[in-house]
Design a protein around this ligand. Structure first.
Ligand SMILES: Cc1cc2nc3c(=O)[nH]c(=O)nc-3n(C[C@H](O)[C@H](O)[C@H](O)COP(=O)(O)OP(=O)(O)OC[C@H]3O[C@@H](n4cnc5c(N)ncnc54)[C@H](O)[C@@H]3O)c2cc1C
Length: 404
């Protein structure tokens, strides 16, 4: 059986491995001059290739359509990823939060391991080969078009990635090819991306990193996401782990509150402020928060409390102190959108999961076609989960395409 895999990223290489292991003759097409261009930049060049959590926890870190991935994770889980890497000479190590990296800290070793396995299985890799159309007749895919020429195949696996970091080759152009084939594509949007905010005080705290804070994303009063951790103010909004994760759940109209002192209840924080106020009772309000907040955030908080900065601390009323506590426990930033695909770690949206049989990754309505990786409308939080989705869906698509 002849299989063409389109896309030489994580999902495509794993699909090629799965199909070749199943006895198929596999051709892998990649439009770039080399394989795995995106893998090189993952994990800041170190490639957080999976997460060492219990296999049943993989789905908990998937933001959209986790249940769709049940069979994929069943076919190929994080232990399989680590085993393949180790078998092909890429030793791995586990860091904070279960993040798995190559011992060498070089993403290139991950690509080398995959290439080695593909070589051994006889996968025919063709670089600088861009699929520009699918060849479909009588509702069945019978090949792809490359440089105006038809390449025939018994089955085609689409692993062209999403639309984020388009310079790596996955620029969303494949969506149009699939739409032509009648495949439903959900709107592609940037995710795991900085959030843009309209607050005019934000540029004044640009570069400020907050540790041990809690970020809550709200739809009106309903909590959509909340997590403790680290975040960063940028010139236009917020970034850092908490903000990136929140961006995956963000919708227009949502609000964001930052609890700067999540370890203290409002009562305990009030007691703490009272203690500081007693110590600094003759100071101006603007000089009284030095032990409580980072320096650049103090003028912001003072401005938002509406208490005169030169008011003496001993003159501050209980009601004003309550306002201060509320602000520190719920500093609001006003999101107006996210940064674009150039800064997005992942794409949300893509091939609607209803188009795909999750137990085989085959298209339900077009024969001879299946999908793998980020092109599908599934995405996860950071920690190695997105690459695990690519490996798992790739392997399942590869092994099952041999059956069709
Ligand atoms: C900066 C950054 C850091 C990241 N870090 C991590 C991390 O540490 N851990 C993690 O789990 N995830 C990480 N991710 C996410 C992860 O890289 C992706 O989820 C994963 O690479 C998706 O794999 P894929 O094979 O589906 O798509 P891609 O890796 O995008 O591969 C798709 C391939 O298809 C090719 N292609 C596209 N169209 C065509 C066509 N028509 N013809 C031929 N070839 C085509 C492209 O050139 C590309 O090589 C990161 C992403 C970014 C942007």
């Amino acid at each position: 059986m002849n299989i063409i895999v389109v896309g030489g990223g994580a999902a495509g290489m794993m699909a090629a491995i799965g199909a070749a292991e199943s006895g198929c003759s596999v051709t892998l097409l990649e439009r770039n001059e080399k394989l795995g261009k995106k893998i090189y930049i993952t994990g800041k060049g170190r490639c957080n290739l999976t997460n060492d959590c219990p296999a049943e926890d993989l789905m908990k870190n998937v933001v959209r359509n986790p249940k769709f991935l049940y069979s994929s994770f069943g076919a190929w889980d994080n232990t399989d990823t680590i085993r393949l890497m180790n078998e092909e000479g890429c030793e791995t190590k586990t860091e904070r939060g279960g993040r798995v990296f190559p011992v060498s800290d070089h993403a290139s070793d991950v690509i080398r391991a995959l290439k080695r396995r593909m070589d051994r299985l006889g996968v025919d890799v063709r670089l600088d080969c861009e699929m520009t159309a699918l060849d479909i007749s009588d509702g069945r895919v019978c090949g792809v078009v490359v440089r105006g020429q038809e390449m025939r195949a018994d089955h085609v696996i689409i692993a062209c990635g999403g639309a984020s970091y388009p310079t790596t080759g996955s620029d969303g152009r494949a969506y149009a090819i699939l739409k032509k084939a009648g495949i439903k594509i959900n709107e592609a949007r940037p995710a795991l991306v900085p959030i843009i905010c309209s607050d005019d005080w934000i540029p004044s705290v640009q570069g400020l990193s907050l540790r041990n804070v809690k970020l809550t994303l709200l739809n009106d009063k309903r909590k959509i996401y909340d997590e403790l951790g680290e975040m960063l103010f940028t010139d236009k909004g917020i970034s850092g782990p908490l903000a990136l994760s929140a961006s995956s759940y963000y919708e227009p109209g949502y609000r964001i509150l930052i609890d700067c002192k999540p370890g203290l209840s409002a009562e305990k924080l009030d007691e703490r402020i009272l203690r500081d106020f007693r110590e600094y009772s003759n100071r101006d309000f603007s000089n009284s928060l030095v032990d409580l907040l980072p320096k650049s955030l103090i003028p912001v908080v003072i401005g938002l409390t509406d208490i005169a900065p030169d008011k003496k601390v001993h003159q501050i009323t209980g009601e004003e102190r309550t306002r201060l506590v509320k602000l520190i426990k719920g500093l609001e930033v006003h999101p107006v959108g996210t940064a674009g695909f150039n800064e997005a770690i992942i794409t949300r949206g893509g091939v609607d999961v209803k188009e795909i049989d999750p137990s085989t990754m085959c298209a339900r309505n077009v024969k001879g076609l299946s999908f793998a990786g980020e092109i599908i409308d599934v995405d996860a939080l950071t920690g190695g989960f997105n690459l695990q989705i690519a490996w798992s869906t790739g392997y399942l698509a590869g092994t099952r395409s041999a059956w069709t």
